[in-house]
Design a protein around this ligand. Structure first.
Ligand SMILES: Nc1ncnc2c1ncn2[C@@H]1O[C@H](COP(=O)(O)OP(=O)(O)OP(=O)(O)O)[C@@H](O)[C@H]1O
Length: 482
């Protein structure tokens, strides 16, 4: 018999669920206190509903405990309407979904929870482990393995796809931010309308303005006819502002006004235009730092940053690397068994600073060199071979030298590109480097110990409060994601 655990300090809520599940032939246990929770944790259950405001205790911690002790148990967070952000944090901690109090729509609750009460289907297609996500992944050609740290992010994306919460997608270059934006679009009821993206870093201030908002005929030299902008074209669909942190400051001000007033003017236009485009934004920059330095408007950041989806770097997604490799070769009709096992070792040991984009390039390179023969490590780009062969790896095959070398180079290169490099700036750059290295250490341990905060703290020799403090000190933009 299916067994559900309800963790809520409000007896009204536990009684409600006891009745709800009894009517559906499901046994329920409840926990109103931490002591009761600890007792229940030792028992077996298939589904747990956890209030994220559980008295003095952080419900997210309880979710963590359940998912570690019962990895196959689905956990659903219970949240008040105003705390969707916290619910998203709960999903980052391993909850599969969240339900919002008060429960007024019983049919909706039945639909949401019913999925988790079903017995596993013996005929289930093993290639389709998440029937809700897989059709979308297939449609957009996106790969995500069952163990991927990307999976909880996609679950969150799926859950908030139809809301109007602004989504800010963060992650290193080539990690799949645009793919995730497309996923949000496809998971929403906007899917049959356009999905458009614009790179805010790639074009000049005036061209970007005209691309975004359109222009009237004759509004500037070369404007020979009236053109709609992307905001207008994406009406009822989705517009991704890629590299949003690089948007020129003047346009940031215009965009903020447009988001506030919900209407805009074409360049040279007089009549306000309304667009029901859902705006998503993405960046690989440290956006909070830019806001603190004044290069990115804080009020605009606040507007765009309803919920952050942090896309994990490819080096923490080793199963994804192998799945992507197989998928790539399959699409090129390259026989899968034509790849030497050593290649897989190289691919999973490399740090992939250019993430998925770099992986695809490396596979293209290897295929071209291998011709009709099997792909061996010699066919991989030299930088990958050298990085893997020349580096020290820890017991998991993680290559610190490579990862930290690349990080150092990137940060110092950024510094060198500044026009007048003063000593003071160098000092700041080195401080930033220090922080980044420390953050990488924490990030690495976080994934290594499968997000078990207490284990990470033990290794670092600090308590959990200090851990949070360090994270926010190091990278306020990423503290949320760990
Ligand atoms: N999970 C994935 N499965 C399959 N392909 C992917 C995945 N993630 C990214 N890609 C591919 O990798 C390439 C880069 O992805 P994308 O443009 O989404 O990254 P990005 O983070 O937006 O990059 P940038 O920072 O340069 O804007 C694209 O060709 C995309 O199709």
């Amino acid at each position: 018999m299916t067994h559900v655990l309800v963790v809520d300090d409000d007896p009204g809520i536990t009684r409600f669920f006891q009745r709800f599940f009894a009517q559906r032939g499901v046994a329920t246990s409840s926990a109103h206190t931490v002591e009761e929770f600890n007792l229940q944790l030792e028992k077996e259950f298939h589904l747990a509903l956890v209030d994220i405001r559980f008295g003095p205790v952080d419900g997210v911690q309880l979710i963590n405990q359940i998912t570690r002790k019962h990895p196959h148990c689905a956990v659903i967070a219970i949240t008040g309407y105003a705390s969707v952000k916290t619910a998203v944090q709960a999903m980052k901690a391993g909850a599969r979904d969240f339900i919002e109090k008060p429960f007024t729509d019983i049919d909706q609750l039945q639909r949401q929870l019913g999925v988790y009460l079903k017995q596993p289907d013996p005929n289930r297609d093993e290639d389709d482990p998440w029937p809700d996500l897989c059709p979308i992944l297939r449609k957009i050609g996106m790969i995500c393995s069952a163990n991927s740290p990307l999976l909880p992010i996609l679950r969150i994306a799926m859950r908030i796809a139809d809301s109007d919460i602004p989504i800010l997608i963060l992650g290193e270059t080539g990690v799949g931010k645009e793919q995730v934006a497309r996923f949000v679009h496809e998971a929403s009821s906007r899917q049959n309308n356009p999905f458009l993206a614009i790179n805010c870093a790639a074009i000049s201030d005036t061209l970007l303005e005209s691309e975004l908002f359109g222009h009237e005929k004759g509004s500037f030299t070369g404007a020979t006819e009236t053109r709609q902008g992307l905001l207008e074209l994406a009406n009822k669909g989705t517009l991704l502002l890629d590299e949003v942190a690089d948007m020129p400051v003047r346009l940031q001000t215009v965009l903020l006004r447009v988001l506030e007033q919900k209407e805009f003017l074409r360049v040279g236009g007089r009549s306000p235009i309304r667009s029901d485009a859902r705006i998503l934004s993405a960046t690989n920059r440290l956006v909070d730092q830019l806001a603190a330095e004044g290069t990115f408007r804080e009020d605009l950041l606040y507007r765009l940053d309803g919920i952050r989806l942090e896309i994990p770097p490819l080096r923490y997604r080793k199963d994804d690397i192998l799945l992507m490799m197989r998928d790539f070769l399959k699409r090129q009709d390259f026989p899968e068994d034509h790849v030497s096992p050593d290649v897989e070792r190289y691919l999973t040991a490399y740090a992939w600073p250019g993430n998925v984009r770099e992986l695809n390039q490396a596979l293209r390179h290897a295929m071209a060199l291998a011709g009709n023969g099997p792909i061996t490590p010699e066919h991989l780009p030299a930088r990958i071979r050298h990085a893997v062969e020349g580096c020290r790896q820890d017991r998991d095959g993680f290559s610190w030298d490579q990862d930290l070398d690349q990080l150092t180079k990137r940060i110092l290169q950024d510094w060198l590109q500044k026009k007048d490099c003063t000593l003071e700036e160098l000092e700041q750059t080195l401080k930033q480097l220090n922080r980044e290295v420390l953050f990488r250490v924490v990030e690495h341990l976080w994934f290594k110990y499968q997000k078990d905060k207490s284990k990470v703290c033990k290794v670092l020799g600090i308590n959990e409060r200090k851990f949070r403090y360090i994270l926010y000190e190091l990278r306020p933009d990423r503290g949320d994601s760990l």
